[in-house]
Design a protein around this ligand. Sequence first.
Ligand SMILES: [Zn+2]
Length: 264
Amino acid sequence: PFGGASAREDAVDLLARAKEAGATVVTDASSLGSAEGAFPLLGLFNDSHMNFEEDRPDSEPSLAQMTEAAITRLKNDEEGFYLMVEGGRVDQANHAGNAHRALKDGAAFAEAVALADRMTDDADTLIIVTADHDHGLSFNGYCGRGTPITGLCMGIASGQVNHTGKPELAADGKPYTVIGYLNGAGSVLTEQADHTYFGTRAVLSQEEALDPDFHQQALIPMEAETHSGADVAAWSKGPWAHLMAGSVEQNFIFHVMNHAMKAE
Ligand SMILES: [Zn+2]
């Protein structure tokens, strides 16, 4: 899940080829901004993955900025367009067992979707928002209103809705976070000298839990957290959005998009 960039073994310069074919190549947020209406446009903003939103420098465009650059160009085509925007690092933050970065990248993805919705017309543009899989994270309930989503589950007094400011305690007498993972780097079991695994949950403070680098507690020890087998949601609006209903196989989504592209 953390594959990096590697050099080509042949001497082919793909960027030179792209330029020969008429593409403008941009490599940071300012060159993207000053490319105006250049088309076609190829943006390569990092040698490997883009940064997590938490760590993104201003020189790297946000997912919403890249989405805007794409739609600005594609919407001029009278025959319409297909655009795929992936908030891909949500996945990798989850593999790292780090809910803070996963949720922050999820919010950046939501901003890109909202921008795409504002830039297009529901009368002629189908927008589908979905995921290719789920992760093994889950959310504990019964936390008082105002509990920080990546922090400790805060208590709630009877008849109240807002939290009491004191963390809820589990049966082991220790606080717990709202979000937990089934497996991953934050496992409460650690390897012992004899290579067996043993452990108990740490007594977490709110400060530790809210640290952007915190790994939420997990049950099964794994170097990298795994995808899960749970169903994922698919939201849609625009022409033929009504086809995206009920429980469907993942490949059904292709047929909806294909139909919407071809339909008058
Ligand atoms: Zn993954």
